[in-house]
Design a protein around this ligand. Sequence first.
Ligand SMILES: [Zn+2]
Length: 406
Amino acid sequence: MPLWGRRKWLRTTSAALFASSLSAKSLVSSPGPQGLATRKKTGLDLADFEPRSMLHVPVTSTERARFPVIDIHTHLAFAASSEKGVALNEERKFLAAPAELLEVMDRKNVRTMVNLTGGFGVGLAKCIQTFDKAHPGRFLTFTEPWWSRSHQPDYPQFQADEIQKAKRAGARGLKILKTLGLYLRKELTRGSLVKIDDPRFDPMWDACGQLNLPVAIHVSDPEAFFLETDRFNERYEELANHPDWSFHGRDFPSNRELLEARNRVLAKHPKTQVIALHVGNNAEDLAYVSQCLDRFPNMHVEIGARIGELGRQPRAAKRFFDKYQDRILFGTDAVPNGFETPQQIFGDKLYEIYYRFLETEDEYFDYAPAPVPPQGRWQIYGIGLPESILQKVYNANAARLLGIEM
Ligand SMILES: [Zn+2]
């Protein structure tokens, strides 16, 4: 089913089943012991509820970042064809032309965008040609593994060699999508799931360490994606809109098992610098992410698509930024024209929200440019970082890992 069709279908089925039972009346009176079943199916659908905050609080304008920004986490290209999360060939499709990106970047004080999904082989070369070489300093590209060959016997050495070739072609790091751990299987799309710490990848991790290529890794997903999509799930609407994002049941490992497998890679390859994206993929549990950072000096984190989590625990988040100020990188997970994920739509509004979260002490505002908070119905608070930390997060930490001068 095409995406729009699926969404429409969802609105009239699962979402509506949940939504219609959550009437406007039920929003002010908590459900009795009889629960949802006895409620009148009248009133406002949850999907149509767009409350406007009545708080009279300061709104700080954050048109430009206080310091030049390196956005370490963007997606300017994707695999032209993939099956069950596995890229089938080298071809890339581009999501935007450099000119339209540069306009926004200049307005928002974004010096450099790092395109993590640069692919491999001829697709990678085309990305580097189109972005990095055409606009030096403004775009950097990461390579990705040839998952389509991962079932072949010579893969470990082949992949290590490809990392070298990618570096010679101009790649600045390696990106691992959640393909590893959640999609890639022994026979690519069939068989059991390949483990994140499968020793067949050891030569790849080591090659990155030797060549000073940081590894940006997305492992697992929000904790709620591993729970049943029911009325207790705080990300119900998001999962109802994207049922394929649920990793509940079937043969999926738990969130914690995936993170622990990543940790074993960090421990085994201490010379390889790893950027654990999305706040180490566990922004809901900053205590756990802190433990990981304490255990692994080669681990760094990035904040893309997780200010919704950080901003709803602003005091813990501020302490986290203070303690790990040398290891947190600015990223947005921006996708030009990425309308399916409102928290990631590249544009002025997206950057302004990130700057507002990091720079101001504004209270209770949207974490995404969308009429309804797309990752859960809550709002966030700014953490008002001092300039010394802002500069590290906006550019210095990333510049050090990427080996570039600001
Ligand atoms: Zn991403």
